[in-house]
Ligand binder design. Structure first.
Ligand code: ZN
Ligand code: ZN
Length: 149
């Protein structure tokens, strides 16, 4: 995603009506590595701009995606997440807490070779498991589980 001032200009020239609420969405997303859901964006911006609607959040996110300033992540069944980091990278998804972490460069990606006649634009690799925090909680949870009731 572009820095907020340039993003505001880009969206204006793409015909988006700029409002303080939309600017607040941009500010929340800038540098955000949490891969928030639309609802999380709404909750965060709503604190300072109680007048904002979820529909405004959705259509702002849609516009940013259309402009290539935001990626939409579909992580198998869970709610869609949004990512202002649009440089190519992969994601690790924790199945327990839902945390999504960025992985740059060091993931072995398969050779980009699609079916004959197709053009491959993106390769999606899904890494799923437990994040460091959840792994740290794993042992005490097992102990509790194995103790007699
Ligand atoms: Zn986790
Ligand atoms: Zn990401």
């Amino acid at each position: 995603m572009l820095p907020v001032p340039q993003l505001v200009e880009r969206c204006r020239s793409a015909g988006m009506r700029m409002t303080p609420q939309r600017r607040a969405i941009f500010e929340f997303l800038e540098g955000n590595t949490d891969h928030p859901t639309a609802e999380a964006v709404f909750r965060a911006v709503h604190r300072r701009h109680p007048g904002i609607s979820l529909a405004t959040v959705y259509n702002t996110l849609d516009t940013l995606e259309r402009l290539g300033e935001l990626d939409r992540l579909e992580l198998g069944g869970a709610a869609e997440r949004f990512d202002p980091e649009v440089r190519p990278h992969q994601h690790f998804h924790c199945t327990r807490c839902g945390r999504v972490e960025d992985l740059f460069g060091d993931v072995p990606t398969p050779a980009v070779e699609g079916p004959v006649g197709c053009r491959v634009d993106r390769v999606r690799v899904q890494l799923v498991g437990l994040c460091a925090t959840c792994r740290g909680r794993e042992r005490p949870a097992r102990r509790r589980g194995s103790s007699p009731q």
